[in-house]
Structure formats: C-alpha cells, structure tokens
Design a protein around this ligand. Structure first.
Ligand SMILES: Nc1ncnc2c1ncn2[C@@H]1O[C@H](COP(=O)(O)OP(=O)(O)OP(=O)(O)O)[C@@H](O)[C@H]1O
Ligand SMILES: [Mg+2]
Length: 312
C-alpha cells in the first residue's frame, strides 16, 4: 500500500472531467468525501452521476482532472482502486440462474478470498443481510428488495472501506428501502465511507453531505439542513386548497415565482424574495379560489432542487 493510502479524506476529486466525443458528461467537478461519511449524489437523469461513479471506481478513464480514492489515483492505479472499494452499479449486477450463495462465492473469487476466509465472508454477509434462508434461491426468483440486498452483499465481501452505491434502492418498495437504509447507516457507523445516488429525496435526509449535479456540473452542496434554508434568499410558501392545479397553472409563470410544484396534497411555491410573498398572496386572492391556508414553510429538498435546477 502506498504511503498516500493512509490519508483520512477517502475521496478527493479535482476538476474531474469526462467527455464522450464532443459531449461533456462530467464537467470539471471537484469535491472531497471524509472517512465515514454518507455522501449523497443527487441530480436528474443524465446529469453525470453514474459517469462520475464509474470514474471513481476505476472502470472508466477520466478525460482530464484527477481523483484519489483511498489514496490511489483512479487514472494511474485503477486496479488498486477496484480491489479496495465496493461498487454496486446502477441496474442489475446479478445472474438470474445463479443462487444467492453461488453469487457470493463468485464475488469472493473476484477478490481472491478462498478457503476458510471465503466461508467466513459468505456466512457473515448472508447473516448480516438476512440472506441465509435464501442461500439456495436463484437470484432471478428473489424479490426486488432481496435482489438489492444480494447485490450489496456482493460488494461487501472483502470489507471495503469505501462503497459506491448507484441507485441502490430504485424499484424497491418503501419498507424494503427503509430496511436497506438501516443497513447503509449501520455500515457508515462502523466506519465505511458511502457514496450513494438516489432519486428519492426522503433518502437524501440520511446523508451527512449532499451534492447536486446538473448538466455535468455540481451546482449545490451542503448538509440536508443547510440546503433547505433560504434557497437563494427566497421563501417557500405552502398553499393548501382543493384547487391546487388551478392555482399552480395561474401562478407558475408569475415573474417573482422561481419554482412551483405539488408537494403531497399541498402546493409549494418558492418566490425570489421574502417580500414577494405578499404579491403571491394578492395574486392568489384575485383568482377567487377558496384556499384553506397559505403560509411560509421550511422548503423540502425537492423545493430546493427544483429551484436550483430551474434557476442555476
Ligand atoms: N458511454 C457513453 N457514451 C456516450 N454518452 C454517454 C455514455 N455514458 C454516459 N453518456 C451520457 O452522459 C450523460 C450522463 O450520463 P450518466 O449515466 O452519468 O447520468 P446519470 O446522472 O447517472 O443519470 P440517471 O439518473 O439516468 O442514471 C448522459 O447524457 C449519457 O447519455
Ligand atoms: Mg445513473
């Protein structure tokens, strides 16, 4: 192991860029992830999340810029990186006609874990991720939640200090998602550093740090709490009414409205300045539509991201 591998910052990214021909998928992004953090990477489809992760996992070469993972340079030493991290790619990494146990043994082989070490690793992670009862079941017959558990177990067999989870809960029911997050939080508490992407913003609340990527660039960063306070100095107003859609249609093009959308059974509207709230109230009352309430609220992460993506 190189001397650099002893650093406490687990990921260090500097102006990392990836082009596909003339298209810039990841555009000079820079960030750091500290050891033991759960670092959430958010952004719309095609924003550049998976491309970034693939570079950090040593499976896709950067076009320019650099990144160090666990002290290894992903461009110079991709094989060192691959051996030390866990990577759960987006989509399936499983074979339908291999059993749970066969998967785990196969992945042990990839990480050179054989003999008693293999049995220990397989038993340990089957136990921990509640896969023991299903050890002989073919992956193709597992429920969505258990497929994800198996894919996660396959990334953990060699006890990586850093794991990359690319949309690990997509297509998983809410209860299984919560259980999956209990596992992720438990791993982080034991010191594993986690980079995770998700489109479920409720899950982003579990992260210590968030970064929002849009068009290949990181456009916002911070803790979930920091990001929710005063997006760009504006204010988010919640309106409760039986006529949300009519109100939304009427207000979303007003010049002082930065973003507007349905939020559960209410409507959330972010205005550019605190003072605009009075104008919004007047505009809504001119519609002559009955409303149950209209008041400022702490924005949700959804409000903040809608606001940032519409007015970068
Ligand atoms: N091998 C490739 N060749 C050409 N373009 C690519 C390639 N891989 C990714 N892209 C493009 O790069 C952009 C970023 O893709 P990426 O998969 O990183 O997005 P993402 O943020 O992970 O999106 P999603 O949320 O849909 O998974 C997209 O426009 C995609 O089409
Ligand atoms: Mg992706």
């Amino acid at each position: 192991m190189s001397a650099a591998a002893a650093v406490s910052s687990t990921v260090r990214v500097d102006a990392l860029t990836r082009r596909f021909d003339s298209f810039v998928a990841v555009d000079a992004i820079s960030f750091e992830i500290r050891a033991g953090e759960i670092w959430g990477f958010l952004g719309p489809n095609g924003a550049g999340k998976s491309t970034t992760i693939r570079m950090l996992c040593g499976v896709l070469a950067p076009t320019s810029g650099s990144a160090e993972v666990l002290g290894y340079d992903v461009g110079r030493d991709p094989e060192d990186v691959k051996l030390r991290i866990g990577y759960m790619p987006q989509g399936s990494s499983l074979w339908d006609d291999l059993s749970v146990e066969e998967h785990l043994r196969f992945y042990c082989g990839m990480f050179d874990i054989y003999g008693p070490g293999e049995k220990r690793a397989v038993d340990r992670w089957m136990e921990r991720l509640d896969l023991k009862k299903r050890r002989s079941q073919l992956a193709g017959t597992l429920s969505g939640g258990y497929r994800k558990r198996l894919a996660l177990a396959c990334t953990l067999l060699h006890d990586p200090k850093m794991i990359f989870l690319d949309e690990p809960t997509s297509g998983v029911d809410p209860l299984s998602r919560r259980e999956f997050w209990d596992i992720i939080v438990g791993l982080a508490e034991e010191g594993t550093t986690v980079l995770v992407t998700t489109h479920y913003l409720d899950e982003a609340e579990h992260c210590n740090e968030l970064a929002l990527i849009y068009g290949g660039k990181i456009i916002a960063r911070g803790t979930p709490e920091n990001l929710k306070h005063a997006p760009g100095g504006g204010e988010t107003i919640e309106i409760v009414s039986e006529h949300n859609v009519a109100i939304l249609d009427a207000v979303e093009s007003l010049p002082f409205v930065r973003s507007a959308g349905l939020y559960g059974s209410a409507l959330h509207i972010t205005v550019a300045h605190k003072e605009d709230a009075a104008q919004l109230k007047a505009a809504v009352s001119r519609l002559g539509i009955s409303i149950a309430s209209l008041e400022p609220v702490t924005p949700s992460l959804e409000d903040v991201f809608a606001d940032l993506v519409r007015t970068p």
